[in-house]
Design a protein around this ligand. Structure first.
Ligand SMILES: [Zn+2]
Length: 221
């Protein structure tokens, strides 16, 4: 399997999802609707609201103001961010087949992609988590081992909204926060709106990725 290695859902008995948003390199500004909407919807039931952001070194360099805005939301306890390493350059070719694309592109320096991102996170005052998300969700077995050798855990998705995948209870939902996939964000916001009543009754919540995955491991013991 070349796509979506790693953990792709949390506890199925949970009602609700873990939200992950990717910050791949982009010239568009951060899609701030995601954050303002979850803060508003969950105001009375979850504070701060958990969200996991997969961040690239290039995005951090391109969007210092957006990064400061996110850090402020975190400092104000509006959201709790789990930072996922998403590689530094996020190389992608429009033509290459998947097995030679993204981090599988010949000549890719995996040490650089992983460690420079981590350094940039620390330099920007972000606390790296144990999670890694493959650009394009593309990897092979050897690459998975390279990543786990760093002590990192690949995190996939079972509900990439812009691809039409429907979230289930316990899903790890993927949307793009970098402005490149507004359709997925709109789908997510519509999903939130459809759950307003369940959210108010604490029957549909956002789960902290760290806890969902922890429960997943415990379940497999
Ligand atoms: Zn990406």
């Amino acid at each position: 399997m070349i796509q979506d290695a790693g953990i792709e859902n949390g506890m199925p008995k949970e009602t609700g999802i873990s939200l992950t948003a990717d910050l791949c390199p982009s010239h568009r500004p951060l899609d701030r609707r995601i954050f303002t909407d979850i803060i508003t919807e969950f105001k009375k039931v979850e504070h701060p609201v958990p969200i996991a952001l997969s961040i690239t070194g290039v995005w951090m360099r391109q969007h210092p103001d957006d990064l400061e805005w996110l850090k402020k939301l975190q400092a104000d306890h509006e959201i709790y961010i789990t930072w996922i390493n998403h590689s530094f350059t996020h190389r992608v070719s429009l033509k290459a087949p998947l097995k030679e694309n993204f981090l599988l592109e010949p000549g890719t320096d995996i040490n650089f992609e992983v460690l420079e991102t981590e350094k940039a996170m620390l330099k920007n005052g972000l606390l790296p988590s144990v999670f890694f998300r493959f650009p394009g969700l593309v990897s092979d077995q050897q690459l998975v081992f390279r990543i786990t050798d760093f002590g990192l855990i690949p995190i996939g998705t079972d509900a990439w909204l812009a691809k039409g995948q429907q979230p289930q209870s316990g899903s790890i939902v993927l949307i793009h926060g970098n402005g490149n996939e507004p359709v997925g964000v709109t789908d997510f916001i519509n999903l939130l709106r459809s759950k307003t009543q369940a959210i108010a009754n604490k029957q549909w919540l956002l789960y902290d990725l760290r806890e969902s995955v922890d429960d997943e491991f415990e379940g497999k013991d």
